[in-house]
Design a protein around this ligand. Sequence first.
Ligand code: ABC
Ligand code: CA
Length: 552
Amino acid sequence: MFATRFSVFSVLLLAVPTALAASATDWRGRAIYQLLTDRFSLSTNQATSCNTTQALYCNGTWNGITNHLDYIQGMGFDSIWISPIVANVEQTTAYGQAYHGYWAQDITSLNPHFGTADDLKALSAALHKRNMYLMVDVVVNHFVSTSSVATSNNANLDFSKLVPFSNSSDFHPYCLITDYNNQTNVEQCWLGDQYLPLVDLNTENPSIVSTMNNWIQGLVKSYGIDGLRIDTAKHVRKDFWPAFAKAAGVFTMGEVLIGDVGYAAPYTEVLDSVLDYPNYYTLTSAFGSQTGNFSALINTVTASQKSYSTPSVVGSFLENHDNPRFQSITQDISLVKNAMTWPFIQDGIPILYQGQEQGFTGGAMPGNREALWPTGFVTSNKPLVTHVTTLNAARKAAAAANSTFLTTPLKFIIQQDPSLLAVSKPPLVALLSNLGSNSTKSSTWVAPGVASANEVLVDVLSCAVVKADGSGGVSVPVVNGLPQVLIPASALAKNGTVCPSVATGSSSGTSGGGKKSGVISIRGGLGFGGMEDGWVVRMLGVVLVGFLAQGW
Ligand code: ABC
Ligand code: CA
């Protein structure tokens, strides 16, 4: 009797939809590892090579990701962003195959190259077991027709294989985007070109709108998705998004590819957040050379702090799959380390694109879409793996030490030397520069009032100790152009992984950001607000349902 009840109950447990309905608040303290499903890990035989130039499938899979979550979590990331999951065109087009997943043909089926529905569910479950989140890339704006012949109107395209919209009238009439200053043109004309037009969905049609909203609701539930990266968000009218986001019921981050904060900001009103492209451009140029300009970076941050609805949840990144990697601009290790530090000390959610930690140098797409598996997922003797692991741990330690760390806007501390940048985000102080590793100039960051009087701080990147003066100021000489990230010694745990020999913090709690920061911890039992607690409450709910169903 008990055995029967127990097995039925177990089945119920397994059938739990793993969606946690994660909100922007749930995501705020997280760090995202962006991976391209086709290029992260094969299911087996990691010896196979992948030629990016050919732009063909290289056969990475969801199972491959599931098998390498230790690699991602070991660096301190507690969420992943994966490529679009739906079925794409199978043809080899003028621009290769749809290995990136952005050329949808049937949004009601999964991309068979990446695995089965069970594989994707297993990935989602494996992530949730580690208290990690799953962000899925989704495309509303366009599909790709099976026949990509050069055309001057959409009558030449074959719509019959597009699911669930198989009539030409489901799409805007053919016109390629020609004027980025004309928003109607941006929204209703087509991306791509005559060799591969991206068939633009008629997102003004109410029945299409409701189909898309139902679709996203089902997708999120079926695969336990915790957040969405929304492709081409600026190519769909803004007032489409609130109902779509509501139907999804999870955190949404829109891709609005633009350098202008004024253009991007309104999208933070209709979605939870955007990828912080304006910051990406000024970040890249600030640290891309010794002559980079910090004032442009300061200006974009200041503008976005004023105009983004919630600056603490925008996506902060240095690299992605659409732009040349930072190391294709410079390989000066000090500049690279400074630039990489930025997204982790900035106000938003840090995002690291796969391969950056391994020092990949690919240029414009498709060169920047290198497969990761040839590295063997090795982390030892990889300076940038160490760098990013420390940065994640430092951010977690700062958040654990000060409950307002994540929501306090960073402040710039003006430096006399134009090659230096100092940022305060209590309890963290970031000291950055673009002097480069060969500079012989002697420079010193001067940051008054950033700590308590005589407080002992630690540069987590070198474990050097810095003592604040009687007014809480620090004065720190630059060494080899390297960045420094200062955290109070008391915020680092003596038995943690970050500079334990100089840490003075107690051994309990999460400070010190140990490697297992993603492991579920039930803080103080069933408290309120934390994602971990929500997860426990849901599990208990399931237990209850299981018992009730059995008439207990
Ligand atoms: C393929 C080939 C390319 C070839 C292209 C025609 O076709 O790979 O070599 O040049 C997917 C694939 C791509 C593929 C495209 C098109 O589809 O990944 O490999 O390119 O078939 C998203 C995704 C991206 C994805 C798509 C399409 C959209 O992240 O991976 O691409 O689903 C526009 C969109 C943006 C899109 C991007 C690729 O194109 O807005 O959503 N990304 C200006 C415009 C932007 C425009 C950008 C690039 O140019 O304003 O809207 O992005 O065309 C700043 C300015 C910006 C300016 C930038 C360049 O400079 O402020 O305005 O952006 O300073
Ligand atoms: Ca559109």
